[in-house]
Design a protein around this ligand. Structure first.
Ligand code: GLU
Length: 489
């Protein structure tokens, strides 16, 4: 049923943050809609009042917007099928529950929690595979039901699942799926507080909002037989189902908070680029049929299809995300990176250092191939922003010998004589000093790097000198000689 204009939805329950699995669901819905000229809808499934979290919806919307996953209809965008918050649609669910009752597809249940507990215990003792309601209230007469309603006895409305049926449906990813109705409970549709459960609200809304494709995580697959029964009970056309594979930790357990971050907000705050996170998440369960891994969102839209989503669980590999982050960062222009870097500096200890754009651009050019995050332009090379405070101990041991101070003093003198030196000027000066001293250049380069940066690795030596500038280089050589004299003795 590929309609001329498919309609899909992302239907999160507001838990307080956007889970990366949720981001993947939102992304696949978005890609599918954009690719097929369809509409994507954000619907907030907030009918579980015990789970209410202040500010959760705003967080969710902010995370989606940050990731660039715009939707066409939603709580903050007027659309033809609103409201898009389930808590604002309660009367609609009541009406449809009543319709099911009148059709004999649902029924009132007045059982007390005590009875239900006892039933569950009994079933556990019998080692039944799964606790199920025993349809006790299905035997009530019309009169009894009316009396109970008049007396305001607490009640729920349950789905009347016919036993001994095969429940079948097709799924784009899981193919043909079958469930035995004997394993499906008489699901509560309306709770005693008058709120609908996920199952009823979800199906009613998907129908009323004219959703053509339900694309969601595999954890909802076991709910789908109940949904299918509801569609059939109402006499509504079923949407196309596509259940996305589970996300797994590297040890193949289900992706969990315990093994790392799961909130999109955490990744954002750690400095991941939205382009990288989107690229990474797109590949969690999908590929274009080749081994290409680097994508921008436009290309994903062009290439995406549900048919190419895998059944097998997708491993969340942080190394790969880091690699993609570095790749996306490198592909940005220096001017784009400059804007990001200046924002990062604003939040760092160097915010009052007044470093010129020109100097920042030089840092960007020499460090671009060496960083993973924008913040690495600061923290992996803080010697560009301040004089070294500490020196790598191992490098001192390896490269700072008896005669090193004298060698560096010679080098300092040679540098002092240079006028507006270019990189080549530094290089020539260093070669000359090495020749005069009759030593290999390495004997000068390693301690020099240590002296000006405190570290043993970094960008090209002469790039480093050039960016720091002659006066600063000379000053750092002197300070280091002084400092290391003290520590070495
Ligand atoms: N409210 C469900 C969730 O939190 C929606 C599942 C579905 O898409 O049907 O993910």
């Amino acid at each position: 049923m590929i309609n001329s204009q498919p309609r899909v939805r992302f239907a999160p329950s507001p838990t307080g943050y956007l889970h990366v699995g949720g981001l993947r669901t939102a992304l696949y819905n978005f890609l599918f809609a954009r690719k097929n000229n369809g509409k994507s809808i954000l619907r907030i499934e907030d009918t579980d009042r015990n789970r209410y979290v202040e500010g959760a919806v705003e967080n969710l919307i902010a995370a989606l917007k940050w990731a660039g996953l715009e939707y066409d209809e939603g709580p903050d965008i007027v659309g033809p099928f609103g409201p898009y918050m389930q808590s604002q649609r309660l009367d609609i669910y009541q009406k449809y529950a009543q319709e099911l009752i009148s059709k004999g597809k649902a029924y009132y249940c007045f059982c007390t929690p005590e009875r239900l507990d006892a039933l569950r215990e009994e079933q556990q003792k019998l080692k039944l595979p799964q606790a199920k309601y025993d349809k006790h209230c299905l035997n009530l007469t019309q009169l009894q039901i009316q009396e109970n309603l008049n007396k305001n006895i607490p009640k729920v409305i349950r789905l009347n699942v016919e036993p001994n049926q095969k429940i079948e449906f097709d799924d784009v990813i899981r193919e043909h799926v079958e469930f035995d109705s004997n394993n499906v409970d008489d699901q509560v549709l309306i709770k005693s507080d008058g709120y609908p459960t996920y199952h009823l609200a979800n199906v009613v809304d998907d129908h009323l909002m004219q959703i053509t494709h339900v694309i969601r995580g595999e954890e909802w697959l076991s709910s789908t037989p109940k949904h299918v029964l509801l569609y059939d009970a109402f006499g509504w056309e079923r949407p196309v189902f596509a259940h996305l594979p589970l996300l797994l930790n590297p040890d193949r357990s289900k992706l969990s908070k315990r093994q790392g971050d799961v909130a999109v907000e955490d990744y954002r705050d750690k400095g991941y680029l939205k382009e990288a996170l989107i690229n990474f998440v797109a590949l969690l369960g999908w590929n274009a049929g080749d081994d290409k891994e680097f994508y921008y969102i436009d290309e994903l839209i062009e290439k995406f299809s549900l048919e190419r989503v895998n059944k097998a669980g997708a491993v969340f590999d942080l190394q790969k995300l880091n690699w993609l982050n570095a790749e996306h960062l490198r592909k940005k222009s220096d001017d784009e990176i400059l804007i990001l870097l200046k924002k990062e500096i604003e939040n760092s200890e160097f915010k009052n250092h007044n470093i010129s754009d020109e100097k920042l651009l030089q840092i960007i050019q020499v460090m671009k191939e060496r960083v993973t995050f924008v913040k690495d332009f600061i923290h992996s090379c803080n010697y560009f922003y301040e004089r070294p405070i500490e020196y790598e101990q191992k490098a001192i041991e390896k490269n700072w010998k008896e005669d090193t101070a004298n060698h560096l003093l010679k080098l300092k003198e040679a540098f002092e004589k240079l006028v507006n030196p270019s990189k080549e000027d530094y290089e020539n000066a260093l070669s000359k000093v090495a020749e005069e001293l009759n030593i290999g250049k390495g004997k000068l380069i390693h301690p020099l790097r240590l002296a000006v940066s405190g570290q043993s690795t970094g960008p090209g030596m002469f790039d480093l000198l050039y960016i720091l500038g002659k006066d600063e280089v000379v000053q750092r050589i002197l300070t280091t000689i002084e400092k290391l004299k003290v520590t070495k003795n």
